[in-house]
Ligand binder design. Structure first.
Ligand code: GDP
Length: 444
């Protein structure tokens, strides 16, 4: 899971503060040192780390944090805000042409995930705006490249314009654009050639294609697993081509996180999407604030809700968000969620998106298979409708009745109800943007 080490180290650094009522300047210095080391270890660019630490320290000193009764929370809040800023504050939408087609040029080194991302993007645009994209196959150097594009294009039901491997890519792009104009495609996605390394010939070709196509968007695909190298690649491409955005792929892997945190600061260009897997629906819009929450182990409820939304109807997801906010999330919703989780698979990843769950020790050991889910459901189904709606009714004698009814031991029933109540409280606080619940997440 991405960012794991970073999250743990940041949480450790800040939980030390929490144990102190009031902190001194030297405590602050210690925690800043640990944050610095955590970021460096996560392979964040050296200069970015230096500036980040300086800003956080200055803000902490300048805002009476040391005098405050809740210094640890204040620092978490500052770190969260600065991480968000570092990654660009708000999600940056795709540039659009004033009239069709919007032209997107995909660039990147070989193996970074360019062709896969092109297909993901087509799928995303079709789902979001019922778009009718056209691919142009402009990688003529790897014989398998066109075929690979055709394979994924077929999976996302999108046509490919290609002229084989014997025509100059500039010519292919010209003819492809003419085809798009004729067929009135609203998006054109150009899959350009990659190389193992940046070289002059490649750059010249890309510059020529840029001049011909005048793309609205030059999206650079970089592999998050390559850390600082991804940042260097982004810097070089940006110098030569003035890219408009980055897609950071393979964020589902075990990356330390350095690229996600450095690219914006180093290149000034936003990460627009992240790739979260090999499947063609594994593309997420990049939200810096949500990513900061995730890095700090504070969960990512919004993405969780959106994931649910893909299967749920919108009304239901909106209701869920409201219930979380109003603290009226009940056991009926919980059962709905369990069913949903089973559908979405990947219980660990889902749990980690929930506030407060990230640092539950031994989360990785949780094997919540169908059997455990079955037990949870049995417990909920042994509640009366009134109890499901109002978990506060659950006094000891009711809990004993539920244990007997569900055939589960009383300690298991107690634990489940307690966890439910705690996560409900946390959801409500987080979805109201209230940071005062945050310290509960650091250190137990
Ligand atoms: P290209 O050479 O840049 O066009 O790269 P490809 O699209 O061929 O991708 C290279 C490999 O990375 C393929 O095996 C893809 O399935 C894989 N890949 C691409 N994006 C992701 C991602 O977000 N996560 C994971 N795990 N694999 C990815």
């Amino acid at each position: 899971m991405a960012f794991e080490g970073l999250t743990e180290r940041l949480q450790n650094a800040m939980s030390k503060l929490r144990r102190k009522g009031k902190i001194s300047e030297s405590d602050l210095k210690d925690v800043m040192r640990e944050i610095r080391l955590a970021l460096l270890e996560a392979d964040v660019n050296f200069k970015v780390v230096k500036d980040f630490v300086k800003t956080v320290r200055e803000r902490a000193l300048g805002s009476d944090v040391l005098e405050s009764l809740t210094p640890a929370q204040q620092i978490v809040k500052i770190v969260n805000e600065e991480l968000t800023k570092l990654m660009g504050e708000e999600a940056t939408p795709l540039n659009k042409a004033p009239k069709i087609p919007t032209i997107i040029m995909m660039v990147g080194l070989q193996g970074a995930g360019k062709t896969t991302t092109a297909a993901k993007l087509a799928k995303y645009l079709k789902a979001q705006e019922k778009a009718r994209p056209l691919f142009i196959a402009a990688d003529v150097y790897r014989p398998a490249a066109i075929q690979q594009l055709q394979t994924v294009a077929q999976q996302v039901d999108t046509p490919v314009f290609e002229l084989g491997t014997n025509v100059d890519p500039r010519e292919i792009v010209k003819q492809g654009l003419a085809e798009a104009a004729e067929k009135k495609n609203d998006y054109v996605i150009i899959d350009t050639a990659g190389r193992l390394q940046i070289d002059e010939k490649l750059m010249q070709e890309l510059k020529d294609i840029q001049a011909i196509a005048q793309p609205n968007e030059i999206l650079l695909t970089v592999d998050a697993m390559t850390g600082q190298n991804a940042v260097n690649v982004a810097e070089s491409f940006n110098e030569q081509l003035a890219i408009t955005g980055v897609v950071l792929t393979k964020l589902d892997g075990d990356t330390r996180g350095g690229a996600a945190l450095s690219i914006r600061a180093v290149t000034g260009k936003p990460i627009k999407f992240t790739g979260q897997g090999e499947k063609l629906d594994a593309l997420d819009v990049f939200h810096p604030d949500r990513m900061a929450n995730r890095i700090l182990g504070m969960g990512d409820m919004l993405t969780l809700i959106e994931k649910a939304q893909e299967d749920y109807d919108e009304k239901k997801a909106a209701e869920l968000a409201e219930k979380m906010q109003e603290n009226t999330f009940d056991f009926n919703d919980f059962i709905d969620q369990l069913d949903q989780v089973q559908k979405m698979g990947g219980i660990q990843d889902i749990l980690k998106m929930m506030p407060g769950m990230n640092n539950v020790p031994g989360l990785d050991q949780i094997q919540m298979g169908p059997e455990e889910m079955g037990h949870m459901k049995a417990v909920v189904y042994s509640m009366t409708p009134a109890e499901r709606q109002d978990p506060d009714l659950l006094n000891p004698s009711r809990k004993r009745r539920i244990a007997a009814g569900s055939g589960r031991p009383i300690h298991e029933v107690n634990r489940m109800i307690k966890q439910f109540m705690e996560s409900r409280k946390m959801m409500s606080k987080m979805s109201n943007g209230n940071f005062s619940g945050m310290d509960q997440m650091f250190g137990k």
